[in-house]
Ligand binder design. Sequence first.
Ligand SMILES: C[S@@+](CC[C@H](N)C(=O)[O-])C[C@H]1O[C@@H](n2cnc3c(N)ncnc32)[C@H](O)[C@@H]1O
Length: 285
Amino acid sequence: MTRGELLKQIAREVMGEEYAEKLWRRIEFIGDIALIRTPLGLDPLELKPVAEEILKRIPYVKTVWAAIPGVEGEYRLRKNVWLAGEQRSETIYREHGCLFKVDINKVYISPSLNYEHIRIARLVKPGEVVVNMFAGAGLFSIIIAKHSKPSRVYSIDINPYAYEYMVENIKLNNVEDVVIPLLGDAKQVVEEKLVGVADRVLMPYPEKALEYLSTALKALKQGRGWIHVYLHVFTEKGEHWKSKAEKILVDKLRELKVDDYKIHQVRKIRNVGPRTHQVVLDVEV
Ligand SMILES: C[S@@+](CC[C@H](N)C(=O)[O-])C[C@H]1O[C@@H](n2cnc3c(N)ncnc32)[C@H](O)[C@@H]1O
C-alpha cells in the first residue's frame, strides 16, 4: 500500500468517507513530522484521532502537528498546533540528497517547492554566481551548490532563526566554500554588498518580488542575467494565470525602464487560494 493509500484509509476510518478525500492530500511530511493542513472551518484539535492513528501506523512519524490555514508575517510562518507524539517542532528534512535542519514553528518550509528547488538547480551553469534574496533555511541555495557547480551562492534571509538554520545546514551539507549566508533585508544586503555580482537572482517570496525587482536588477553583472520571479497571481473570470503573470511582470519591467528581456518560461507551482496561483517566471534581461 502506498503512503497516500494508507493516509486515505486512516482518514476514512477516523473521519468518515466524506472527509477522507479532503483530508489525506492535506498531510505533509517534513522529516519525522506529519503536518496536517487543517481544512477551513475545522477546529485543529478535532484532528487528534487522525494524528494518533498516523503515529501508530506510520513508523517513521514521531510527532504530528496541525497547521492553521494561512502563512503569516514577514517570516512567512504558519501557526501550528501540536496534536500527538513527541512535543517538538524541530526535525531533519531531506530533499534531493541534502539534509535540512528546520523548526516548523520558526522557519518557512514547504515540501511543495521540492520540484522547483531541483528545477532551478538544473538551470545553473558551472561558475555562475547566484543571489538568493529570500533563502529561508537555505533549500534552493544548498541544492544548487550540491547539484550544479556555481562559484558562489549568496543566500539572504531576514529571519534570524532561518539564518541560524541556514548556517547549520550549510555545514551539514559541506557547502561552506560555496554558499555564503547573509542575515538581513535583501534590499539592504544587495545594495550594500552585492551590486553587480550575480549571473542569476532568485526571488522566492511572492509578496515582495515586484517591490524588490529593481534590487534584483542591481545585483546582476552589468544588468544582465537571469531572474526567477515568484508571484501570486489572482485571476478574474476569463483570465488565464499565465498571461496575467506575464502582464504583471512586463508592466513592472516597463516601469523600471527595462526593455531588453525575454521571458523564457512561466510555470505554475500550485494554487494558494481560490483563483490564486503561485507562479514562477524565468526572465533573462
Ligand atoms: C517563501 S519563504 C522562502 C522559501 C525558501 N526559499 C525555500 O525554498 O524554502 C520567504 C522567506 O523570505 C524571508 N524574507 C521576508 N522578507 C525578507 C526581506 N525583506 N529580505 C530577506 N528575506 C526576507 C522570510 O523570512 C522567509 O524565510
